[in-house]
Write a protein that binds this ligand. Sequence first.
Ligand SMILES: Cc1cc2nc3c(=O)[nH]c(=O)nc-3n(C[C@H](O)[C@H](O)[C@H](O)COP(=O)(O)OP(=O)(O)OC[C@H]3O[C@@H](n4cnc5c(N)ncnc54)[C@H](O)[C@@H]3O)c2cc1C
Length: 487
Amino acid sequence: MSATTQHHRVIVIGAGISGVGLGVRLLEDGIDDFMICERNDSVGGTWFEHTYPGCACDIPTHLYSYSFERNPKWSRLFPRQEEILDYVRSTAVKRGVMPHIRFGCEMTHSSWDEEADGWRVETTDGEFTCDLLISAIGATAEPDEPDIPGLEEFTGHRFHSARWDHDHDLAGERVAVIGTGPAAAQFVPRIQPKVGELVVFQRTPPWVLPHPDRPVPGAERLLYRLLPPVQDAQRNLIFALLETAGVGFRTQNGLVGLIERLGRAHLRRQVADPGLRAKLEPHYRFGCKRPILSNSYYPALAAGNARVVAAGIVSVNGNVIVTDDGDRHQVDTIISAVGYRYSRSLLVNRITGADGRTLGDAWDRSPRAYLGSAVPGFPNMFILLGPNSIAINSVIFSVEAQISYVMSAIKTMDKRSAGRIEVRQEALESYIAWADAASEGTVWKEGGCQSYYLDDRGRQFAIYPGFASAYRRRTRKLDPDAYELAA
Ligand SMILES: Cc1cc2nc3c(=O)[nH]c(=O)nc-3n(C[C@H](O)[C@H](O)[C@H](O)COP(=O)(O)OP(=O)(O)OC[C@H]3O[C@@H](n4cnc5c(N)ncnc54)[C@H](O)[C@@H]3O)c2cc1C
């Protein structure tokens, strides 16, 4: 280690909503010896990196915001990317987090140093050490690419929706979109009118519901500014509605059937052609994959210059996409929108714990963490938005619960003069046993689709299979009995 290695009490990896939120809480609790290591040149994470046309949040603004930083100025019910980015930036500035962020600093490897009771953090901007390492790299740090023979050699232009190529003009082109998830549903209606021909390759049709988005008029914004409890009441109402939806997803009760009827009616209303309608009708339970809110996705697919190909892609030859029904589709540009590598994400191969194993080795392709936060063998480390921690609700709600949990861990360490905290294996196993049992019968596990909620052995590892409010209660205060604490 170099003599100039900087030490911090806490190092946070990532300055998205999670990292900035944690920075705010650390400062509030009087801890200013921390550094946030961020690979980009800006805060915002998801909302900085995703700039595809139409990028927006599908949770209403009143709830998709920090509880400590209400914003009466949101211009729409469902915020767009630029507005969310602006909100995260201004929160970081206003709350004094900015000076703690080291931009252009990508964590390349972190390893536990038993002698020092701390972490060595190697980055593209030097080496650091810390007592506590917090991952705030989110779940979508690494865009995934479809595994298609010949794709790498595609002779046209190609990019991922997560890294939109704004320098490339799609006007008049033959454009292939691979994937029909939430991102595709947002950008397809934006590009369809300008491209020459649009071919959407669909493995599974998504559930699409009418979108209740609307601009928020000035008078309403003024009301929120003058009477914050009105906005709070809306936040609480949306929260309660999502908690209710969560029961439906867990029990597959009548509510799910009702929403499915709404989805089918939306499809019937928007797509007249029975052939296309049959292709677009989902044959799995609503909620099994992330559902879509859109009033423009179906009309874009039904437009004269658009085609939906439900056959599987077998290869790419030159500029031709070959499907398993023998068809050949000549295109100029391919836009991949197949999602992210969650379980294989950056985190797993870049963190080495106390016994010399990486997080990837410890997880063995199935991420597991106590309360989604702590992993045995990885002392003094917590993960925000870790496995089985994201409840059906605003992600920010889950993040804030985990931030409180980290703060409670720090307080516990201080109170007991502990330099080392490590979750017990039994605590992890009992949490996983609960999460596995609670996932049985849910739409995420048994809804009849393949989704990123499942690992490659079919274990539901992403969602917290209970009420968001219950998760909040469980993470309010760290239970010292679940941990080994040492001086
Ligand atoms: C297109 C899209 C739409 C979404 N819509 C919704 C929605 O409607 N509702 C909802 O609740 N959630 C939504 N999400 C999920 C969204 O990611 C979360 O709501 C939230 O933004 C996650 O914040 P985060 O800070 O945890 O992670 P991120 O926003 O992913 O931030 C992680 C940060 O870590 C940095 N980082 C990663 N690896 C390293 C490294 N090795 N070294 C240094 N820095 C690193 C990244 O650069 C990034 O800045 C959406 C996600 C996407 C991609």
